[in-house]
Design a protein. Structure first.
Length: 156
């Protein structure tokens, strides 16, 4: 529906917003159901997610493993803190590049917006240096590539 917007707040926060032409229920489910996640959360073209664990309950584990098909890749681990179906997800995640990054606390809110959904994801990082490192990885481009896939997938 619209490209993502990424903004920073203070020294430790990144806020991502994006509108989707789908219901909050569909967008929420696409963020917690492994079989759906593996179809869209791939980053740039050519990458796959051969491992996707998403135990959508408080305390449930998260593990995503990405591969570029040429022997390269990385993974993410985390835990769900709380979930309000179709409205809000709070989780903690860390990237392994190969060493784990400091914890990223993420709150994602899904709000009905006309015929679609406004998703707002607020990331809280431990310090400005971690935020700067994360933003320097080109995450915005990879995230939008995934969201374009998601839009196509759930807009059917």
């Amino acid at each position: 529906m619209t490209a993502l917007k990424l903004e920073t707040e203070g020294d430790r926060h990144v806020v991502v917003t994006r509108r989707f032409a789908a219901s909050p229920e569909k967008v929420y489910r696409a963020h917690v159901e492994p079989d759906i996640i593996q179809q869209w959360m791939l980053g740039p073209d050519g990458w796959t997610m051969p491992v996707c664990i998403s135990e959508a309950r408080p305390g449930g584990q998260i593990r995503y493993e990405w591969s570029n098909g040429q022997g390269g890749g990385f993974h993410l681990t985390g835990e769900f803190v709380s979930l309000e179906p179709y409205r809000r997800i709070v989780h903690v995640e860390r990237m392994h590049l190969p060493d784990p990054t400091p914890d990223n606390h993420v709150e994602t809110i899904f709000e009905a917006d006309g015929e679609g959904t406004l998703m707002t994801m607020r990331m809280t990082l431990p310090d400005e240096a971690t935020r700067t490192m994360m933003l320097s990885t080109g995450m915005e481009t990879g995230m939008e590539a995934g969201y374009v896939r998601l839009e196509t997938l759930i807009g059917r």
